[in-house]
Design a protein around this ligand. Structure first.
Ligand SMILES: NC(=O)c1ccc[n+]([C@@H]2O[C@H](COP(=O)([O-])OP(=O)(O)OC[C@H]3O[C@@H](n4cnc5c(N)ncnc54)[C@H](OP(=O)(O)O)[C@@H]3O)[C@@H](O)[C@H]2O)c1
Length: 300
């Protein structure tokens, strides 16, 4: 099977390219190689690669900045998504698009399944929902995976932020009244591969099992890494941000479960595996007998 990954230098795209390369013929295009907002370039790249599946990992993900950069978010998350889906359709390829829990309004009291009504609170959430729709309309052969609270061993994410702050601050003050589904990039890649091999199409939720507040998530990171910093629970109102976030955005992988396509493991074990990778990065840096280099690597 031939796979083309766009946005291959992002957090998810990096792991996608690394983990799928041994399983299939992968072409990985970074933002530098291909800007998905350019329709002609996207068409040309996909026509020349002739993939069976195009995995669109490119996205505008700056949730707060999107509130003032609405057009930029729209161009990548909606128009870019449509370019990729259309070009894939023209060569008979399936397209994969990643969406988010931020398409929900957070008023639910039980996990959102794939049929739950949407109601984004932010520009980012709205553009991702529109990107889903653009993908569906442009290519009937689509697979949309809704992810949440994503982290991996590379890129910008909450785990890395907690590590950085734990070196900079005397205490961490973390929101405890937003609850979601922390999800490890590597588990998403494995679940996507299962779905592709099984020929799934349509919209699926794809998150690690269980739920946590940002405070519980941070507390586990700090404890598991043996960091010596208190983690104080605060309320959303004490940490004002430009974009509104859902209070409760836990997702249920109902469709994967119904189709018996493997359960995603609980978030705690997934996080522990990711933290092992952080530890290895740190210890390989220290083995060069350079503690400050180790800190720089983990915080980059
Ligand atoms: N991160 C989360 O917590 C989270 C949660 C739920 C869903 N998701 C979704 O999961 C997917 C992967 O997220 P992620 O965390 O891997 O995001 P990410 O690290 O921000 O990666 C997105 C990549 O797309 C690139 N990009 C931006 N504009 C582009 C363009 N016009 N053409 C080509 N590439 C472009 C970015 O480059 P620059 O960095 O240079 O801009 C970056 O390399 C996204 O669809 C996101 O919406 C993420």
């Amino acid at each position: 099977m031939k796979l083309l990954i766009v946005g291959a230098d992002g957090q998810l795209g990096t792991d996608m390219a690394r983990l799928l390369a041994p399983l299939s013929a992968v072409t990985a295009l970074t933002f530098h190689d291909l800007d998905i907002t350019g329709r002609a370039g996207v068409k040309q790249a996909i026509e020349s690669a002739r993939p069976d599946v195009v995995v669109n990992c490119a996205a505008y993900t700056a949730v707060d900045r999107a509130e003032t950069e609405q057009d930029a978010a729209y161009r990548v998350n909606v128009l870019g998504a449509r370019n990729v889906a259309q070009a894939a359709q023209r060569v008979g390829a399936r397209v994969v698009y990643f969406s988010t829990d931020y398409i929900f309004d957070g008023m639910a009291t039980e996990p959102y399944d794939e049929e739950a009504p949407t109601g984004p609170l932010s520009i980012y959430g709205r553009t991702k929902l529109q990107g889903e729709q653009a993908t569906r309309e442009a290519n009937p052969d689509h697979l949309i995976l809704r992810l949440a609270w994503l982290y991996g061993s590379t890129g910008h994410n909450f785990v890395r932020t907690v590590l950085r702050l734990s070196h900079e601050k005397d205490e961490l003050r973390i929101v405890d009244d937003q609850v979601g589904s922390p999800t490890f990039t590597e588990d998403v890649v494995h679940q996507l591969w299962t779905a592709i091999e099984d020929g799934c199409s349509g919209t699926y939720h794809c998150v690690n099992a269980g739920q946590a507040s940002w405070h519980a998530f941070a507390t586990r990171i700090v404890h598991r890494l043996g960091l010596n910093v208190p983690v104080i629970a605060i309320h959303t109102v004490d940490y004002p941000a430009p974009a509104r976030r859902p209070v409760y955005s836990v997702l249920a992988n109902r469709k994967f479960e119904l189709e018996q396509l493997g359960g995603m493991r609980p978030w705690e074990g997934a996080l522990d595996d990711c933290l092992l990778q952080y530890r290895e990065q740190l210890s390989s840096a220290s083995s060069e007998s350079n503690a400050s280099l180790g800190k720089a690597r983990i915080e980059e």
